[in-house]
Ligand binder design. Structure first.
Ligand code: CAA
Length: 389
């Protein structure tokens, strides 16, 4: 049974996951360097007090919950009491492997080791731990207290018991926006489900930003191509929010493991060179004042991208996820986007009479952009995805 959760890493994810683990009734120990401690605790306290002020903490207070939070700077020592270790350190495989090695060597035998990585190989972390059957991914989305989706990622070594325990644990973590949605990602493939579905959109967006600069079109006009008032954040604002450096390193990773077309474009590469990384540096694709969303004039579109193209790209990537056996039903793709991001499911729109049109749309865009990866895949062209219901 899980009672003591050890969270390693004090970024936005570490703080958010610690907050919801406290709210879920778990004891949380944070392994965190001294210099990050105050900021991280402040974030957790802010989140809990916010909910308390809205009377959304059930039968408890923020003060009481914070008594279940402790901290340590010594990983080897603090894992000794852990039932579940959640790693949320920087996206660097060597650093993560070292965390899993120390956790595997020092935690009790029953302890489960989970990574919140969005792009690294969970299998490699399992191997580093020396107990791969007790290792899986639990991919949360930022801000974790508000985003319902948690992807549980199994490797070919994760035991059924591990997956079951981590799924149940994640389902117990309260979410401000409703019940958690916790799909199982059947294969440890880059981007899992949600990020992978967005990945071809990033190729298209990167290409469109470069095209806009070459043709004197303001970048926000490209953002407006994909914006609807129903979105909490437009795509370029969301990229700034996630961090252009995070997006850049994920694209570089996909470039090496999925396809050369993921190579980041000129605009993105320059932003990284100039250290304009988004919210965290005060400037990215937009200028930021703290966390306040930038005000953008939404009147003009660039006419380079469209929401329909994004849906077609998501359906095509969903077909690849079926081909690669990352999911075994197309409904998992639709549910992940619906429950995770309040987006429409691409397969439901595809099968509403858009099959031929979308195949043509993808062919045309791939030709125009020179991005081969965006062409419709075999399962999309054949309609074979309909068998996976
Ligand atoms: N705990 C409790 N409440 C919190 C909170 C927390 N930790 N953080 C924020 N809130 C509250 C706020 O206080 C606010 O409440 P009030 O309205 O009562 O003041 C409410 O939640 C909304 O917060 P904000 O005012 O900060 O929010 P906003 O309206 O400006 O929206 C946003 C910000 C929640 C981030 C919203 O824009 C959103 O949902 N954006 C989409 C985020 C998204 O797609 N995330 C996924 C990124 S991808 C990823 O993470 C994965 C990866 O691998 C990179």
């Amino acid at each position: 049974m899980i009672k003591n959760v050890l969270v390693i890493g004090a970024g936005a994810m570490g703080a958010g996951i610690s907050q919801i683990a406290l709210m879920g009734g778990f004891n949380v120990s944070l392994v965190i360097k001294d210099k990050y401690f105050d900021k991280c605790i402040e974030k957790i306290r802010f989140g809990l007090e916010k909910l308390e002020s809205k009377k959304k903490l059930k039968k408890t207070t923020s003060k009481e919950l914070l008594t279940h939070l402790s901290r340590s700077t010594n990983l080897a020592e603090s894992v000794k009491k852990a039932d579940l270790v959640l790693e949320a350190v920087t996206e660097n495989l060597e650093i993560k492997k070292n965390v899993f090695k120390i956790a595997g060597e020092n935690s009790p035998e029953h302890c489960i080791l989970v990574s919140n990585t969005s792009s690294m190989s969970i299998k490699a972390l399992g191997e580093a731990s020396g107990r791969p059957e007790k290792v899986c991914g639990a991919h949360f989305f930022n801000p974790a207290p508000l985003m319902r989706l948690v992807e549980i990622v199994r490797t070919d070594k994760s035991s059924d018991e591990t997956i079951e325990i981590v799924k149940k644990w994640a389902e117990k973590l309260p979410c401000v926006r409703g019940k958690r949605y916790v799909p199982i990602v059947l294969k440890d493939r880059p981007g899992f489900i949600a990020n992978r579905l967005q990945a071809p959109g990033i190729i298209a967006l990167d290409w469109a930003l470069d095209y806009a600069v070459e043709n004197g079109i303001p970048l926000e006009h490209v953002d407006n191509d994909l914006f609807t008032p129903f979105m909490p954040m437009s795509p370029l604002i969301l990229l700034d929010y996630i961090g252009l450096d995070v997006n850049y390193s994920i694209s570089k990773h996909y470039e090496s493991v999925l396809h050369p077309d993921f190579k980041p474009g000129e605009v993105m590469s320059k932003k990284i060179e100039m250290n304009e990384l988004g919210v965290k540096t005060g400037k990215g694709l937009y200028e930021w004042k703290g966390n306040t969303l930038p005000e953008v004039d939404r009147t003009h579109k660039a006419g380079i991208l469209s929401l329909e193209l994004v849906f077609a790209l998501q359906a095509n990537e969903g077909c690849r996820l079926l081909e690669e056996k990352v999911v075994d039903k197309y409904s998992t793709v639709d549910d992940t986007l619906r429950n995770g991001f309040n987006m429409l499911g691409p397969f439901s729109i595809l099968m509403d009479g858009n099959e031929e049109k979308w195949i043509q749309l993808l062919e045309d865009f791939a030709k125009k952009s020179g991005k081969e990866y965006l062409k419709p895949c075999e399962l999309m062209k054949s309609g074979g995805y309909k068998e996976f219901h």
